[in-house]
Design a protein around this ligand. Structure first.
Ligand SMILES: NC(=O)C1=CN([C@@H]2O[C@H](COP(=O)(O)OP(=O)(O)OC[C@H]3O[C@@H](n4cnc5c(N)ncnc54)[C@H](O)[C@@H]3O)[C@@H](O)[C@H]2O)C=CC1
Ligand SMILES: O=C(O)[C@@H]1CCC=N1
Length: 268
């Protein structure tokens, strides 16, 4: 069995551990490192996975999944590089950071796979996009596909598309949460109790997402089916267009892509 160490078990690192456990992985094959002892205790209590040091992780794990903030990458790679086992695979979940940064800081020939996952990993519904570094072979990509396939869907993309992927699906869940939050507020504006508004909107989101995923229909077709001539929906759509919601989404996602590129350039 492949042994996985998550280096930096914050929000996404914990989501990966939790998703893998739900996907059938055993606690014996998983471990993590964390800089705060309290966080180690909390995660071990919650998931039964053991906390280890970076040298212990490097000595035992076949796959080292780096899940620290991009700003914290250099000290971690400085700690990892001298203890990394030859042949171990390094998987980065870090937004913006190119594989060449890892290849520069780690021993010559280290296979690196860059991944952009998202937090629905927690419920087995992640969207992850993966790209090979210079020394990653087909079997490394297959291993990562197997790993992430147990917590959601996986797509291979050229690394040049990873900043756009980060802006779309990496950050994407936040945009949906933002919309849901605003729509629940609209229910409050119309005088509904918060719990009622939340139930109405969350179930509508689940239903709409399931239709998008399962029907094979284009979103425009699905939206048109809700939009009756001179009905209620077209009145709302006119307001969405008047307030530039489509343009706002285009600009927002472009800004997220630009930030991902900037995070990478900070380590040139
Ligand atoms: N939160 C999200 O939705 C997503 C995050 N990512 C990427 O995942 C990475 C982590 O993001 P989050 O989990 O949101 O951040 P976070 O701040 O929740 O987690 C990072 C964790 O790393 C730990 N850490 C930092 N330096 C360490 C070191 N040297 N040794 C051991 N532990 C160390 C911190 O204590 C913290 O718990 C980032 O690079 C981010 O771009 C990628 C996709 C989605
Ligand atoms: O906001 C961020 O930087 C991270 C990367 C993608 C989602 N969260």
């Amino acid at each position: 069995m492949t042994t996985i160490a998550v280096l930096g078990a914050g929000k996404i690192g914990e989501a990966l551990l939790s998703g893998l456990l739900h996907g059938g992985w055993s606690t014996a094959d998983l471990m993590f490192t964390e800089r705060y002892p309290q966080r180690c205790e909390e995660l071990t209590a919650r998931h039964g996975v053991r906390a280890v040091s970076v040298p212990d992780a490097a000595a035992t794990a076949d796959v080292l999944v780096v899940a620290v903030k991009p700003q914290d990458i250099e000290p971690l790679l400085g700690e990892l590089s001298p203890v990394l086992k030859p042949g171990a695979l390094v998987v980065s979940l870090c937004a913006g950071l190119p594989t060449k940064l890892f290849e520069r800081e780690l021993p010559e020939g280290t296979p690196v796979v860059r991944v952009m996952p998202n937090t629905p990993m927690l419920v087995g519904e992640a969207m992850s996009a993966i790209s090979a570094g210079a020394h990653a072979r087909p079997e490394h990509l297959e291993l990562v596909e197997g790993l992430l396939g147990s917590v959601g869907k996986v797509l291979r993309v050229p690394e040049s598309q990873q900043d756009a992927v980060t802006a779309l699906s990496g950050s994407g869940p936040a945009y949906f949460f933002f919309l849901v939050e605003a729509m629940i507020d609209a229910g409050i504006l119309l005088g509904l109790p918060r719990a009622v508004a939340a139930q109405l909107i969350i179930q509508s989101a689940v239903g709409a997402a399931t239709m998008l995923a399962d029907s094979g229909e284009h979103p425009v077709t699905l939206r048109e089916a809700v939009t009756s001539p001179a009905g209620t929906t077209i009145m709302a759509v006119r307001e969405l267009e008047r307030h530039g919601v489509r343009a706002a989404l285009l600009a927002a996602i472009e800004a997220a892509r630009d930030r991902s590129e900037e995070l990478g350039r900070a380590h040139d």
